[in-house]
Design a protein around this ligand. Sequence first.
Ligand code: DSN
Length: 417
Amino acid sequence: MLYLAKDDPALAELVKNEDNRLETTLNLIAAENHSPQSILEVMGSVFNTKTIEGYPGNRFHAGCINADQVENLAIERGRSLFKAEHVNVQPHSGTSANLAVYFSVLKTGDRILSMSLPHGGHLSHGHSASITSKCFDFSHYKVNPETERIDYDQVRKMAHCLKPRMIVAGASSYPRLIDYEKISGIAKEVSAFFLADMAHLAGLVAANLIPSPVPHSDFVTFTCYKTMMGGRGGVILCREMFGKKIDKAVFPGCQGTSAVNLIAAKALIFKLALEDKFVRAQKSTLANARVMARVLMEKGYHVISGGTDNHQVLIDLTGKGISGKSAEACLESVGIILNRNVVPQDENTPGKVSGIRLGSSAVSARGMGEVQMQKIIDLMDMALMNQKKKAVIKQVKDQVLELCREFPVNGSGSTEK
Ligand code: DSN
């Protein structure tokens, strides 16, 4: 950051502060991860300069000789890693990727069936606040109130009744595996396209630790900065027969120029995902989430669906008399960073919500294991149950800091500087 410090000391200070914040807090945000330093390098590289429109070999600006190779590398590596027929690496984000999928084969106003946001779905799956709901006619399936898992019978009934043109499977807060084969079968029964959004799960799928939606889906979208450990941005995988439509829907349909520096980061993480270090981090992510869920349940917390199959643990705090918002704030004050989250059947106000979501990716990337997960949940519980006791809060804060020092982000191997 030598040049930044000269050009803008205030901003350089903020970068330093953010580095320090990451080092001195425990990151349990399920939508974040620590990336290898080489990812940060390539995202800050001269590829930031290049404007590209179109696709490799068919651009609208000169000087794409290296950018073309970068994009081809990302496409080839993505295709091979996820065993996909066609890959588009240009989406700026997961939402951009989903929008492009909708617009590739649907007409404005067409019906889409997807998961309800309070039950785990994502904004871009037709939430009323998202542009997706202004363009398409969404209906939403929910989880079963008893099992808190997707009710596939309800999905089938809704699909047959509503005859959607597309069904979406995928979630941003759903701790269980999704039966892609089953939902794909339902989509076939009603002649709907099938989109699987694996934004949260791509790293676990890349490491072959959970089932891939690719063989069952017409389209798969994901982002690279969650379990995937890469940089920012989205990716679309699809069957070859939809390749041209997808490419046209991304550019010029939904985007102009894409970010070559981010495409380069995608190429890099698709390479690193084949290495033992990446697979080890993903294995530990899965194991650590299970430990967190178990310990929370032992302490009497309502863990949604009674556990986890992925990197997420979702807790309904209603029984503890704490709102998600106050839990988030209390935990941030002791250095445990996570987000409040709406939960199925949430009766709290949208601002406060009743739950919190924990993710195990970033702490796993730091090298933490079962012992540390137990400790983190102990500390979390101590803080939440003693919010007004200053001495206890201070003690928790000190222990969080101690744990952070023992497992530096810097020394984790994922982010050597
Ligand atoms: N989809 C949002 C989340 O899961 O938190 C951001 O990636």
